[in-house]
Design a protein around this ligand. Structure first.
Ligand code: SF4
Length: 271
């Protein structure tokens, strides 16, 4: 037995951290961690914590990696930016699904590597495909309005990504095999940014993150917890362009999301 248990723990943490950083760079998105036989409580819960009101089901293919990433010391901003750029480079060269054939540009995602909030849409549209950036068309303008006008944040303060990184033809919903092929990139982005809050925009993105087939009408207005993060589903901005009255419900969802992470709600949009 070592004489200094604290030194032993620090040594172990450093080894885990190094292994995770190597895994990110190598493109590995799942590391199996053997839980102690006696550890039955959910991660983050103290032994005395009451059971969570929401049933927890870790996302397939991401949970183990995510749990390991959160168990290690947080990455620095520079390390996060490097991990995100490595993912973006892979995305730009990716041919894992048929969507690469029709793309002008892949759209990996963009934003603050240290963002507390991560917005997730379903996939790039025409403008995004042309510019290689997420949410830059009319729906993107509306998302920017929600972030800047509604939440009082700079768009650059949040991170914005999609489930699939290449434009589906005619802006159709990504097919299940396309989403499955692309999701590991999103899971790695989530692990790198390590946001407190994920806002899913529309049913495809919400379904991919929460692994559910429930309709948006049943999902929005609720708060979910996955791997220690808060997930708030709301309508996609493109839906709001077709159905402006739904802006009120989106604003209600955004206020719920902001309260969840303790952000002040600007007075001018209250109600
Ligand atoms: S959509 Fe995703 S998985 Fe498919 S080619 Fe593009 S980056 Fe690769």
């Amino acid at each position: 037995m070592k004489e200094d248990p604290r030194a032993e723990a620090l040594e172990l943490i450093a080894a885990i951290r190094m292994r995770l950083m190597n895994a990110v760079e190598a493109g590995i998105d799942a590391i199996r961690i053997e839980a102690p036989k006696t550890a039955t409580a959910p991660r983050g819960a103290s032994p005395a914590s009451p059971p969570s009101p929401a049933p927890e089901r870790p996302p397939q293919g991401s949970g183990l990696f995510d749990a390991a990433a959160k168990a290690a010391p947080a990455l620095s901003t520079g390390e996060k930016a490097a991990a995100l750029e490595a993912i973006a480079a892979e995305v730009r060269a990716c041919t894992k699904c048929r969507l690469h054939k029709g793309r002008t540009n892949a759209v990996p995602g963009e934003g603050n590597p240290d963002a507390r909030i991560l917005f997730i849409g379903e996939g790039p549209g025409e403008n995004e495909d042309l510019q290689g950036r997420p949410f830059v068309g009319r729906a993107g303008e509306l998302l920017t309005k929600i972030v800047e006008g509604g939440m009082g944040l700079k768009r650059e303060a949040v991170f914005i990504a999609n489930v699939v990184k290449c434009r589906p033809p005619e802006n159709r919903v990504p097919l299940p095999d396309e989403a499955a092929a692309c999701l590991p990139y999103l899971h790695r982005q989530i692990a790198a940014v390590n946001p407190e809050l994920i806002v899913t925009l529309g049913r495809p993105a919400t379904g991919a993150i929460l692994e559910t087939d429930e309709p948006m009408g049943k999902l929005r207005g609720k708060v979910f917890h996955r791997e220690g993060r808060t997930v708030v589903p709301t309508y996609h901005p493109a839906y709001l362009l077709r159905n402006p009255p739904a802006k009120r419900e989106v604003w209600e969802d955004i206020q719920v999301a902001m309260r969840e992470i303790g952000l002040p709600i600007p007075d001018r949009r209250r109600g």
